[in-house]
Write a protein that binds this ligand. Structure first.
Ligand code: NAD
Length: 431
């Protein structure tokens, strides 16, 4: 990790750039894939699965039998863990349900708002370098709570043409039955346009690598909504001198192992012993099965030492990290000053991994600075709010003249007339 001591503000923008390839570069790769899926549907999905995932697949759909027997292939401890996570994520997302709103804004004029589940949603579950079955829970649980009627799940198959049984088990206990073995930009195109086996959906959710993220952004230019740009994972850890270097190292590595295009940033203002931390990072790194990925990621990663907490807060808000960990005594106080972050982890004993898997919050979060304007996935992401209004005769007599006045001023005569004809009719009836 490269170290920067008191970098001046003018250099922050450059310093905090993510190691991602620009959208225009990735678009050149992704656009032809999407066009091909639009043109030849399932046939293109099979071709790209062969090309990118290295497996020839006859039937893209996972059978009900495969889903049902997935649990038998998992050990009891893992099944229990998935069930605990399922419960906590359900509790947290159930609590996000909004009550319908109904209010009389003036006598006889009633306005309402009600949340409705988006009817058809597509869930992307990354699987290129690790089968992220936890993402199944993070997306399927809120989709079900929201009342989405049709839910399709896509994930890339392994070299044997299968999805990991934990992905299937997590889907099964979340009530997902339509599962397709396809990944990458081709999966996003399939859900955006529809193919013979993949239904076209209204909104696509889920994280993925740069190809997946670019495909989602391209698809969103056409007739499909997306949750947000949730690309390569990142974490910013802030620590004070009370933080155990082993904890800091473990938290940094937990993101570094995601992918070579991930980024981890360490920020401090105090006397954290950096040589001790660097040593701890490399000691822990050597023990990781995915050490090669983590090591390459660390090459893109930063240690930034700043003068004081105020400067640290400013830098964090500028970076807008997906995950932000405060390993410090005044974690809550620091967090209260943060405007830009996907999810915040408070205190020495709150590792990001807890939120990644099982505490209850959602792990699908905005990356690459998108936390400046986007929230992570939540129940809200799966619903839309329809508004309603009902006006009585008395209500229209109260409100109508004002609407007529405004419509006339905007020179929209037909708008005015829609009120005037009714007011005349009420007047006639009452005379
Ligand atoms: P993935 O499923 O996102 O991507 C695998 C697919 O990428 C393959 O099936 C293939 O179709 C496509 N692909 C690979 N090489 C390609 C190429 N050269 N050209 C075109 N397509 C190609 O799985 P992954 O690669 O393991 O990435 C998962 C990503 O998800 C990681 O970057 C991780 O950091 C990120 N992630 C983000 C969040 C979040 O909330 N932001 C959460 C979890 C994971």
């Amino acid at each position: 990790m490269k170290e920067f001591y008191n970098p001046n503000r003018e250099s922050w923008k450059e310093l905090l750039k993510r190691p991602t390839v620009s959208l225009s570069e990735i678009r050149k790769v992704v656009q032809p894939i999407m066009d091909q899926v639009l043109e030849s549907g399932d046939e293109a999905l099979k071709e790209y699965t062969h090309k990118f995932d290295g497996v020839a697949i006859e039937n893209l759909v996972v059978s009900t039998k495969e889903i049902e027997k997935a649990g038998d292939e998992l050990n009891k401890a893992l099944k229990t863990a998935i069930e605990v996570a399922h419960k906590n994520i359900t509790v947290f997302h159930e609590a996000q349900k909004l009550k319908p709103l109904k209010i009389e804004t003036m006598e006889g004029v009633v306005c309402e708002r009600k949340s409705i589940g988006i009817p058809k949603v597509g869930l992307y579950i990354p699987g290129g370098s690790a089968p992220l079955f936890s993402t199944v829970l993070m997306l399927a649980i809120p989709a079900k709570i929201a009342g989405c009627r049709e839910i399709v799940l896509c994930s890339p198959p392994d070299k044997q043409g299968n999805l990991h049984p934990a992905i299937l088990y997590a889907a099964q206990i979340s009530g997902i039955t339509k599962i397709i073995k396809v990944g990458g930009a081709q999966a996003i195109a399939a859900m955006a346009y529809g193919t013979e086996t993949v239904p076209k959906v209204d909104k696509i959710f889920g994280p993925g690598n740069q190809y997946v993220t670019a495909a989602k952004q391209l698809a969103s230019l056409e007739a499909v909504a997306i949750d947000m740009p949730a690309g390569p994972s990142e974490v910013l850890v802030y620590a004070d001198e009370g933080a155990d270097p082993a904890f800091i190292a473990a938290d940094l590595l937990s993101q570094a192992e995601h992918g070579v295009d991930s980024q981890v940033v360490f920020v401090t203002t105090s006397d954290v012993k950096l040589p001790e931390l660097q040593k701890e990072i490399y000691t822990q790194l050597r023990e990781l099965p995915r050490w090669e990925i983590a090591e390459r990621c660390l090459q893109n990663s930063l240690v930034i030492i700043l003068k004081n907490e105020e400067e640290a807060i400013e830098l964090i808000n500028e970076y807008a990290p997906e995950h932000l960990i405060f390993l410090c005594k005044n974690a809550r106080e620091m967090a209260d000053k943060i405007d830009n972050a996907g999810s915040i982890f408070l205190g020495y004993f709150t590792p990001e991994s807890a939120g990644d898997y099982a505490s209850g919050t959602n792990h699908t979060l905005p990356t690459n600075g998108a936390a400046r304007a986007y929230s992570g996935v939540s129940l809200d992401s799966f619903v839309k709010n329809i508004t309603y209004q009902e006006i009585t005769e008395k209500g229209l007599q109260n409100l109508g003249p004002h609407v007529e006045e405004m419509a006339a001023a905007e020179m929209l005569q037909a708008h005015k007339n829609a009120v005037s004809v009714r007011l005349k009719s009420i007047k006639k009836k009452r005379s």
